[in-house]
Design a protein around this ligand. Structure first.
Ligand code: NDP
Ligand code: MG
Length: 383
């Protein structure tokens, strides 16, 4: 029995992770769940799974949650981020799925790593902001980090049985999102409704916008650098609109391995939960006779500048990826609230990267200060 804590159980990844646990009751036990604002769903999940603990990170919703499940005697209810950090360090937790969205995932991920837990990592922003810190802590506290992001799970699966020194290149695939074929002129006029329609994946709002702007792929490049210890030159992005090839590894002898599957996040979640085992399931299978084509093309960084910014931020290092992430969180929020246009998101991120103070070797406190400052300045700029 692997005892799992799900951070962000009310989200897209969180709910799919619960499906995986429900399908394998003899292998996985749900120890704790956390949500931020969706009290009704969190309460429903508590009722269905009866975990030992339920935590709502927005303290103001504590009483509402507590009252709605007051009849569940064995389920303890807590509130706030500190409760999440305390919970992940408990001896009853074997594995922590980090599926909360954004910078908020950093603090509890650090707590779980310091407690030596196995991390199933969905919250890529953690590695974007503080990859160097997380990786050194993971080594120090012997915490294993298993990827949940589909591309990184694909690479991880391709690397099974291989040596790190045999990697020549990682080929990260990208769907290209809903605006892949749009001109800059068209991009200037797209709305949040257009951007929220992803062709292949059904995800939370923030990552759906990040996918449309290709910031998601930029983040994944940085995520890959930290997860697999490769250099910038060893990570290529290949646009593959069908999302069947989830990523590839090219080895030093020129051989390439790819992992394929239908676009379904339950598969990489299940792979991380059961690692190193594979579990049977009844998810849809790829039928090659039904696939008309698998195509591959170069990403256009003139149209999707965020991808180039991510490479620049990774190259510069220090707190630059933290600046990139904080600026992105604010502009995505503003775009989702109709305050700025689609292309303005990149303009403002570029401005933040050029003007915010650079710190070459940031400590944890530097990241916290940088995140707060960038949010404040970018929000002011948007007005
Ligand atoms: P969702 O928006 O669907 O869910 C986000 C979760 O985080 C919810 O449980 C939400 O709680 C919680 N949350 C929101 N704000 C906060 C906060 N300030 N503090 C603590 N918890 C908070 O996102 P996704 O599930 O799509 O994505 C989650 C993470 O996984 C992201 O980092 C994303 O990049 C990554 N990921 C997602 C993929 C996908 O297919 N969805 C694929 C690969 C990676 P509530 O709803 O109760 O407010
Ligand atoms: Mg991905």
């Amino acid at each position: 029995m692997r005892r799992i804590a799900i951070l962000g159980s009310t989200g897209s990844i969180g709910t799919q992770a619960l499906d995986v646990i429900a399908a394998n009751p003899t292998l996985f036990e749900l120890f704790a769940i956390t949500g931020h604002s969706n009290v009704a769903l969190l309460a429903e999940q508590a009722r269905r799974f009866k975990p030992n603990m339920v935590i709502i990170t927005d303290d103001s919703k504590y009483l509402e949650l507590k009252e709605s499940i007051s009849d569940l005697d064995d389920v303890k209810v807590f509130a706030g981020m500190q409760s999440v950090c305390d919970m992940v360090a408990m001896s009853s937790v074997d594995m922590v799925l980090t599926s909360m969205v954004g910078y908020a995932g950093l603090q509890p991920t650090i707590a779980a790593v310091k407690a030596g837990k196995t991390i199933a990592l969905a919250n890529k922003e953690t590695l974007v902001v503080a990859g160097e810190l997380i990786c050194s802590l993971a080594e120090q506290y012997r915490s294993a980090i298993l990827p949940v992001d589909s591309e990184h799970s694909a690479i991880f699966q391709c690397l099974a049985g291989e040596q790190d020194k045999s990697i020549e290149k990682l080929l990260l695939t990208a769907s290209g999102g809903p605006f892949r074929t749009f001109s800059l002129e068209q991009l200037a006029h797209v709305t949040k409704v257009d951007a929220l329609k992803h062709p292949n994946w059904d995800m939370g709002a923030k990552i759906t916008i990040d996918s449309a702007s290709m910031m998601n792929k930029g983040f994944e490049v940085i995520e890959a650098k930290w997860l697999f210890g490769v250099q910038k030159e060893q990570i290529d992005v290949v646009v593959h609109p069908q999302s069947i090839v989830h990523s590839m590894v090219q080895f030093t002898d020129g051989s390439i391995k790819a992992q394929l599957g239908m676009p379904d996040m339950r598969l990489p979640i299940q792979y991380a939960f059961a690692y190193p085992n594979r579990l049977p399931n009844n998810y849809d299978r790829v039928d090659f006779t039904q696939l008309s084509t698998l195509t591959f093309e170069k990403p256009d960084t003139n149209k999707f500048r965020n991808l180039a910014f991510a490479y620049d931020a990774m190259d510069k290092g220090g707190n630059m990826p933290c600046i990139l992430n904080a600026a992105n969180e604010v502009v995505v929020h503003a775009f989702l609230h109709d305050k700025i246009g689609f292309l303005q998101m990149s303009d403002i991120i570029e401005w933040a990267m050029m003007t915010m103070p650079f710190v070459a070797e940031p400590s944890y406190d530097d990241y916290v200060a940088c995140d707060a400052l960038v949010r404040e300045k970018v929000a002011q700029k948007i007005g």
